[in-house]
Write a protein that binds this ligand. Structure first.
Ligand SMILES: Cc1cc2nc3c(=O)[nH]c(=O)nc-3n(C[C@H](O)[C@H](O)[C@H](O)COP(=O)(O)OP(=O)(O)OC[C@H]3O[C@@H](n4cnc5c(N)ncnc54)[C@H](O)[C@@H]3O)c2cc1C
Length: 381
């Protein structure tokens, strides 16, 4: 069966590999001039790893497991709020992976034969008819397919065309900065795999080791006006976090602006009425763009890719609409639930004033065993 995947992000690449391995004739169309994924580290949760496992893609990713650590939530000075035992959580639900995004993308796309990929092909629209879908780029038909997987990301143009009545994206009023840098020699810190929150302004800083040699940090704070460039965003963050634990400003300062990524955070304004329209299925951020607070965006895209592959295995062209409806029935309730949970988590960590003071008091009172169970539940999603 001929399947076109639109968008070669992490989700599109995983789906293309799964569908190719299931014996379909896959074409992967990407608007960018080359296949690449830019920017810092990424957390792949145990559920995302299980999905990659079913696609035969997890082996090389597993080498980047989060080292055993205590993890947890701290205040801006690094004082513990919620101490978790990540080793116990790992025993219960599996271990997350922290990996360089570019490396993850390279690993996932490695099994895909180069002749299945067409770069510099921005898909403009899809024209479905009773027997298939014609894919249009730059005004011309570029492919004909029995099924199309729209994996064109958070700003998905195809989502807007399939569901014109949907309100699309909504900015959350937050901005995230991300950076990666070599781990300073001799660095010993109990802040690894921790998130620091500041109830005074609702900002957050997180830190993860990437392999033995690198660190990945991220911040979340209020976005005032238009998103600034990396140098200005770094300056703003250094000023905002000047009295935080000294490691925070040390690490931000040690990261050159060229290695800092600034993202205004957005999510779907409302869940989609369906992830499917006839022979077309949405996947990844195109279907369920969520704030990054649970670290589930990519893992949900991998679950989509695994489910699509399973439902389309052995299918012929006539089966497509019915098989895609099964995909929608399996994936939409779960991914939408996680999308809502990510928004709740974002509101919780960005609280200020009395609500945040109460939150911190409550977090301090939670026994470590219970906190560990909550961490395991988060990872388990
Ligand atoms: C600050 C931040 C931190 C995050 N951290 C994590 C994390 O730790 N863990 C996690 O799981 N998730 C995280 N996420 C979310 C995660 O990055 C996304 O959920 C994931 O990358 C989505 O993958 P995707 O393939 O759906 O979309 P994308 O990666 O956006 O890929 C879409 C692809 O489609 C292409 N494209 C777009 N339009 C067209 C078109 N018309 N024609 C052809 N090609 C097109 C694009 O060029 C791109 O290559 C984070 C997000 C942010 C913003």
């Amino acid at each position: 069966m001929r399947i076109v995947v639109v968008g070669a992000g992490l989700g599109g690449v995983a789906a293309a590999v799964g569908l190719h391995r299931a014996g379909h004739e896959v074409t992967l169309l990407e608007r960018g001039a080359e296949l690449r994924e830019a920017g810092t580290g990424i957390v792949v949760m145990p559920n995302g790893l299980r999905a990659l496992d079913t696609l035969g893609l997890a082996d090389d990713v597993r080498g980047h497991m989060l080292p055993a650590t205590r993890a947890g939530l701290r205040d801006w000075r690094g004082r513990p709020l919620l101490v978790t035992d990540a080793i116990q959580a790992q025993r219960e639900v599996g271990t997350p992976v922290i990996i360089d995004r570019a490396q993850l993308h390279r690993t996932l796309r490695a099994p895909l034969p180069a002749d299945l990929v067409r770069t510099a092909t921005p898909v403009e629209r899809l024209e479905p008819d009773p027997t298939g879908v014609t894919v249009i780029s730059a005004g011309d038909p570029v492919a004909r397919a029995d099924a199309v997987i729209a994996a064109d990301g958070i700003g998905s143009r195809l989502r807007g065309r399939l569901f014109p009545g949907h309100p699309g994206l909504r900015r959350t009023g937050r901005m995230d900065l991300r950076g990666m840098l070599p781990r300073p020699p001799g660095l010993a810190t109990d802040l690894l795999a921790c998130q620091l929150v500041d109830r005074r302004g609702g900002a957050m800083f997180g830190l993860f080791p990437v392999g033995e040699h690198d660190l990945y940090w991220f911040t979340d704070s209020v976005l005032h006006g238009a998103p600034p460039g990396a140098a200005e965003a770094r300056r703003q963050m250094l000023s905002l976090m000047a009295d935080w634990h000294p490691l925070v400003t040390d690490l931000i300062e040690a990261t050159p602006p060229a290695d800092i990524y600034v993202d205004p955070i957005a999510r779907l304004a409302a869940p989609l009425p369906s992830y499917v329209a006839g022979r077309i299925a949405l996947l990844g951020d195109a279907a369920h763009a969520m704030p990054p607070d649970l670290g589930q965006g990519a893992s949900q895209a991998f679950e989509d890719a695994a489910a699509l592959t399973r439902h389309l295995t052995g299918a012929g062209p006539a089966d497509v609409p019915e098989r895609l409806l099964r995909y929608d029935a399996e994936r939409r309730p779960r991914a939408n639930r996680i999308m809502r949970a990510a928004s709740r988590q974002s509101r919780l960590t960005s609280q200020t004033g009395v609500a945040a003071w109460l939150r911190d008091a409550l977090l301090r009172a939670i026994p470590s065993r219970l906190a560990t169970r909550q961490l395991a539940a988060l990872w388990h999603a």
